[in-house]
Design a binder for this molecule. Structure first.
Ligand SMILES: C[S@@+](CC[C@H](N)C(=O)[O-])C[C@H]1O[C@@H](n2cnc3c(N)ncnc32)[C@H](O)[C@@H]1O
Length: 218
C-alpha cells in the first residue's frame, strides 16, 4: 500500500527529484547521496572495471561511477526511467529487465550497486535479487547497498512521514529486517554496515567469496 503521491512522483520527475533533494539533506545533499556507493568501493576496485547499477532508475547514482571512469551498466524495469537515463547519462549501458532475474551473464561485474532500491522488494523477491547479485559478481567482487535504516530519535517522525507518503509496505518490512545477517546467510563475506543520516540510512558493503560459484534460482 502507498499514498497517491508515489505514482505521481514516478510519473512527474520534478516531484521525484525534489523529494530526493529534500530527503538527502540529512546526508549533505544529493551529490553526496549519489556518491555513497562509489565512495565506499572505489579504493577496492581496479579503475575502469565493469560495474552494475541494479535498479538504476534515471541513472543518477550511476553518474559518479561513470565520471570516475568505470564501465557502468544500469538495469531497471522501467522503460520510462531508462529513457531518461539515456538522455541524462548517455555513457550508461542500459538494460531493461527484472532485478530478481537479470538478463546478464554470470561473473560479469567487479561491483554491483543497489542505491535506495532494495526496499522496493517484498522479502522473497529481495532474497532473489541478492542471490542474483552473487551470480553476477566475479569471485571477490563487491556489493554496495545504500538504503533505509530505522532512524534514530531525531529523524523517526520524518522517516515515518516519508514512508507513509512515498513508500510501500515493502519498505516498512525491510526496516524490521537485518540485512547484514541476510547477506551473510546468502554467503557474502566481509559484510560491513555503516549508519548515516541520524541512522535513517545504511550503507552496506559485502564481498563474494574467492570461490564464488553461480547460485541459480530454482
Ligand atoms: C527509488 S528508485 C532508485 C533509483 C536509483 N537507484 C537511484 O538511486 O536514484 C527504485 C528503482 O527501482 C526500480 N525497480 C523496482 N522494481 C524493480 C524490479 N523488479 N527490477 C528492476 N528494477 C526495479 C524502479 O523502476 C526504480 O527506478
Amino acid at each position: 500500500m502507498s499514498s497517491f503521491l508515489r505514482p505521481l512522483a514516478y510519473r512527474h520527475r520534478w516531484i521525484y527529484d525534489t523529494v530526493t533533494a529534500v530527503s538527502s539533506l540529512s546526508v549533505g545533499g544529493v551529490e553526496k547521496l549519489r556518491g555513497l556507493g562509489l565512495d565506499a568501493l572505489k579504493s577496492r576496485l581496479e579503475p575502469g572495471t565493469a560495474v552494475l547499477d541494479l535498479c538504476c532508475g534515471s541513472g543518477e547514482a550511476a553518474a559518479p561511477w561513470l565520471a570516475a571512469g568505470f564501465e557502468v551498466t544500469g538495469l531497471d524495469i522501467s522503460e520510462h526511467a531508462l529513457d531518461l537515463a539515456a538522455k541524462r547519462h548517455p555513457a550508461l549501458k542500459r538494460v531493461e529487465g527484472l532485478a530478481e532475474d537479470p538478463p546478464l551473464n554470470d561473473h560479469q561485474f567487479s561491483a554491483v550497486q543497489l542505491s535506495v532500491a532494495l526496499h522496493e522488494f517484498p522479502r522473497p523477491e529481495r532474497a532473489q535479487v541478492l542471490s542474483s547479485i552473487r551470480r553476477l559478481l566475479k569471485p571477490g567482487g563487491w556489493l554496495v547497498i545504500v538504503d533505509l535504516h530505522p532512524a534514530g530519535p531525531w529523524l523517526q517522525l520524518p522517516q515515518q512521514l516519508f514512508c507513509a507518503l512515498f513508500e510501500t509496505d515493502t519498505a516498512i518490512a525491510m526496516l524490521q529486517d537485518d540485512l547484514v545477517a541476510e547477506l551473510q546467510a546468502l554467503g557474502f563475506t566481509s559484510v560491513g554496515q555503516e549508519l548515516l543520516a541520524g541512522d535513517a540510512l545504511q550503507r552496506i558493503t559485502a564481498q563474494t567469496p574467492e570461490n564464488n560459484t553461480p547460485q541459480h534460482q530454482p
